[in-house]
Design a protein around this ligand. Structure first.
Ligand SMILES: Nc1nc2c(ncn2[C@@H]2O[C@H](COP(=O)(O)OP(=O)(O)OP(=O)(O)O)[C@@H](O)[C@H]2O)c(=O)[nH]1
Ligand SMILES: [Mg+2]
Length: 223
């Protein structure tokens, strides 16, 4: 079972994008489940989910990557033994750390006869709020960018050109190895690329050494 995570700070457009992605991939014939870990109110539209032949689960409270890793793994096991999706698209809470979520997903292998593969870690960065993000929650946003394989500058339909350019530059500075692309759930720009990334590419498994390296970089930067 492949796990695809769509990270990004609160309000960066994850749920909106995830619904479009789920719908698009189901249309292409993929068996898709979505898992949302919301800190706030419930946001999955169950009618939408039913109408599109998706399977959805919500994990409420806390952050998937730490406090409730156990229940995330349980959820994956239940999905595997029931609906048996090819791909599970996960929306971690806006404050989750992507690398920790890989480890949490792999816990499920110990609980059931299944193997987990990861799609590239996707982080959405809201170009319409880039100044606010850099002022208010810089550290968290930097971590989500640093741990991404692909960063999407999101809401490009509504963002000013200069803010899009600023967002790209910021991503490049924080994570030079990440691929950068544009996304809009309104115009659907970037959606074909997202489908391709989720279906056709894979990202490495959790590795202590890599996490240590990521933490070290973060620590060095903080001085
Ligand atoms: N213009 C524009 N607005 C968007 C786009 N995607 C999402 N939004 C809006 O951004 C707001 C937040 O979107 P959500 O999808 O709920 O964001 P989220 O990241 O899931 O938010 P949390 O779950 O609270 O962290 C909503 O008002 C959406 O309508 C986009 O591509 N373009
Ligand atoms: Mg959401």
């Amino acid at each position: 079972m492949k796990v695809s995570q769509i990270a990004g700070f609160l309000g960066s457009g994850k749920t909106t994008a995830l619904m479009k992605i789920g719908e698009g991939l189901v249309k292409k014939g993929c068996r898709i489940a979505i898992v949302v870990n919301d800190v706030g109110e419930i946001s999955i539209d169950s009618k939408f989910v039913e109408a599109n032949g998706l399977e959805a689960r919500e994990i409420a409270g806390g952050c998937i990557c730490c406090q409730i890793a156990g229940s995330f793994a349980e959820t994956l096991v239940k999905l595997h033994e029931g609906f048996n999706p090819e791909i599970v698209i996960v929306e971690p809470s806006g404050v989750a750390i992507p690398w920790g979520l890989k480890r949490a997903a792999e816990y499920s292998e110990a609980k059931s006869d299944m193997s987990i593969e990861h799609a590239p870690v996707i982080t959405l960065v809201d170009a319409t709020r880039i100044d606010m993000l850099m002022k208010a929650v810089r550290r968290l946003v930097e971590t989500q960018i640093r741990e991404a394989d692909v960063c999407f500058v999101n809401k490009v339909d509504a963002a000013k050109a200069e803010d899009i350019a600023k967002t790209e530059e910021l991503i490049r500075n924080i994570n030079p190895r990440a691929e950068i692309a544009h996304l809009s759930s309104v115009t659907m720009e970037g959606m074909d690329l997202i489908y391709d990334i989720i279906v056709n590419r894979i990202s490495p498994r959790y590795d202590d050494a890599v996490e240590e390296e990521l933490l070290r970089k973060e620590y060095d930067k903080r001085g």
